[in-house]
Each structure stands twice: as C-alpha cells, then as structure tokens.
Design a protein around this ligand. Structure first.
Ligand code: PDD
Length: 297
C-alpha cells in the first residue's frame, strides 16, 4: 500500500477538531501552540482486537495531564470515550491490534508565551495506528540498554508533547546500537525514554516512586495488580544506580512494549544475562489478561 507520509501505510481516517478525515487532509495552523511551544499533552491507549485496554486509567491520566498544564477538557469524558470507539469503528484495524493516540494542545493564537486570553479552543487530534506486540524472539532474548543522565525537565509526570529530551535519549540508544536507555538523575533511577523501568531483587519488584521525576505509566497500577495476584511484593522507592547494576532482573513496561526483560546494561549482563523467573511470571500474567480480552466475544 502507498505511503502518504513516510512510514504510514495508506491514508487512514483520523479525528481533528470535530471531524473525521483522511490523514492527508488533517492539518493544523502553524500557530498552533503545540507546534510553536510544545504546549500540549497526549495519551497512547493500546487496543487489542478493538478493545481499548485500561482506557479508564489512560483517560484519567489525560485529565490529570490537562489539569497540570491548566488546560480545559476539550470535551466531556463520555464524549471522549465515544470518540475512541467511533475512530476505531472507522479504522481498518478495528478487529486487530492497534493503539489510539490522542493529543490536546492549547490551540491557535498569536505567538506569545502567556496562555491566550480569552482562552482559545484547544486542538484535539486522535488517530489509530498499528500496534505490534513484542515478538517471541524479543521476549526470550531480552533487550539491551545503556545508562544515560536524565537531562529532562522536572515535570516528567505530565505526559507532555514536549518530548525533545526523550527523543534525544532514545537516539543515544540507537547510536549505541542498543534497544533502550535507562535514565538516572543524580545517580537515581528515573525511567526509559518512553517506558518505565523495574528492578527485581530477591523476588521483590521495585520501581521508582510516582513523583515529578517519572511518568506514572498505566502499567504502574497494572503491574501492582499482577504482582499482588502472583504473591510478589511490589515496592516503590528510590533506586540507586548500584541497585540497578546488581539487579537479579531488569524489566521495562509501556503500553506498546507491555513488559519486557532488559538483560544487558552498558555492555554487561544483568545477573546471568537472561530473562528471569519474575519476568516470566509477569509476562504470563500479562498475556493472560490480554488474551481474556479476545475471549470476551
Ligand atoms: N510512552 N515513561 C515515559 C516517558 C513514557 O513515554 C511512557 C509511555 C511510559 C509508560 O507509560 P504507559 O505504561 O502508560 O505506556 C513511561 C508511550 C507509549 C509513548 O510515548 O508512545
């Protein structure tokens, strides 16, 4: 199929400010504050066989991000949920695996740093994109990472479209020929470029506390549930670089990578350099929850 935009197959239907239209026709003003200032927020909801996964949690976080940047809701919650389903209905991927991307910016106004007064209509954009679950090879071989200093700002809890710090961090991984970066701020673990990082010690699952230094991934709550069901302890506390290096297992989570093992860091193996037993249990539990969506026909 032809590419309208590099890397995008065909011309999928997207949503922009009240209209469903082909991607090739969806345009915003160059004065949109998302374009000019990165003044906006976004969400990525994974969708399995047409069923959004943990949509409530994703929309809750969208609302939290909006509140944190003092941006009004573009539409009531029920309408936003409906929009996701309407968009999926119009998508070729409706019965397949996909992700819904949603973005809200502070709208279009003269280029000026203060919020526009009176407020202008926020720009609301949403699209469905293909989502490929991690392959068996990745699940069994695991990923490699490098550690880098976290050079981002101090509001990483906001799912902001200002992602330059994350983009540069990811590019550092690509340049180093590895899959991901693990970021440290003053020697303390924060997160990956677009994922949360988990450390296993003595069968206990650790992650950094939910604060302004990390994005609270929706999988924070999900892994907490899975750990509880598996009888694994789940602890959120500051994690030093030494604890990461000496981990029994390392994992990452995100909407699109689900849960995956990291088996090498800075060219050294983590423990035996193989996916560990805690990962294997969580991976299985994650798969079970996903496959239950398929059986719900
Ligand atoms: N990223 N931390 C950062 C910086 C992220 O960008 C993401 C997700 C996460 C994991 O959050 P969740 O479990 O809710 O996906 C953590 C998305 C997938 C993205 O930007 O494409």
């Amino acid at each position: 199929m032809h590419e309208v935009i590099q890397g995008v197959q065909g011309d999928p239907t997207v949503y922009l400010n009240g209209q469903f239209l082909p991607l090739s026709k969806a345009t915003v003003s160059v004065l949109d504050r998302g374009f000019i200032f990165g003044d906006g927020i976004y969400e990525v909801v994974p969708v399995y066989w047409g069923r959004p996964f943990r949509m409530k949690e994703h929309l809750d976080r969208l609302e939290r991000s909006l509140a944190k940047i003092e941006l009004q809701q573009p539409m009531p919650r029920a309408q936003l949920e409906q929009l996701v389903f309407d968009l999926l209905e119009r998508s070729d991927l409706r019965d397949d695996l996909s992700m819904v991307y949603m973005q809200v910016t502070r709208g279009v106004a003269k280029r000026d740093h203060p919020f526009p007064v009176p407020a202008v209509k926020p720009t609301l954009f949403a699209m469905v994109a293909p989502f490929v679950r991690p392959t068996e090879a990745v699940r069994t071989q695991g990923l490699s990472a490098i550690s880098v200093p976290d050079e981002r700002w101090l509001h990483c809890d906001i799912k902001s479209v200002s992602l330059l710090g994350n983009v540069l961090a990811k590019q550092a991984a690509i340049r180093a020929g590895v899959d991901e970066v693990i970021q440290f701020r003053d020697g303390w673990l924060t997160e990956g470029s677009s994922c949360n990082i988990w450390v296993v010690h003595d069968g206990c699952v650790y992650a950094p506390p939910k604060n302004n230094l990390v994005l609270e991934g929706i999988r924070y709550g999900f892994l907490e549930e899975l750990c509880a069901a598996q009888g694994l302890s789940y602890v959120l506390e500051p994690i030093s670089r030494e604890q990461v290096v000496m981990a029994d297992e390392l994992m990452l989570t995100s909407a699109t990578r689900e849960v995956l093992p990291i088996v090498r860091l800075d060219d050294q193996p983590i423990a035996q350099g193989r996916p560990g037993p805690v990962y294997t249990r969580l991976r299985q539990a994650y798969d079970d929850r996903v496959l239950a969506l398929r059986r719900n026909d």
